[in-house]
Design a protein around this ligand. Sequence first.
Ligand code: ZN
Length: 225
Amino acid sequence: MRTQMATEAGRTTAPSEDRALVGPNLLAVLDGVTAQPETGCEHGVGWFADQLSGEILRFAHLEPGVALAKAVEQAAELHSGTCDLDHPHSPSVAIAMVQTKDDVLRYLVLGDATVVVDTKDELLVVSDTETKRTAGAKVADVAHALTGEVPLQDVRRVAILSDGAARAVDLFNLFDWRQALELMAANGPDDLIRKMRAVEKEDVKAVDWPRTKISDDATVVYFDR
Ligand SMILES: [Zn+2]
């Protein structure tokens, strides 16, 4: 199994709030939700994404939904004493994760991150761009994640992307998902981000492709077998 990762901040003036995890049996992309002026949290989205990332890796031996629920619970504990976790804009992340265990690949998506699984028979593209659900301070939110599993022997390759990277396909239509996987297999996931940034630079006023962020934090974890 070969795993490659690429990430690039959307702006040069602010740190990326995406995080990529490459654990022994778990891959994930977290995308911090852009903070509102008031969040009730003195730490910030980047801090929260870091804490949640660490906790997810600690629980990576559990099934993705259980691991994420425990990670959310633990991350909340880290700032429940100082911050208002009932605030509607408490820090949160969109997350997509994939776990390989016991001859099965399990995936979980909460929010507008994307998992693409290329199997012998089909191309699964999993994302939730409709509900605006995310992983924040509430364990109950994890129950709304999209989950599923595929026999590992059927899996050819997998890509996990933040929405800032998935827009190469679902906004700019630079290629379809199968072509995107071919590109990453040949040139690595950084080439997908490079090609997308070139298009974004050609449309800095967001005229041809209307979008609120000219460039967004973009992260891809790709693996093939
Ligand atoms: Zn906090």
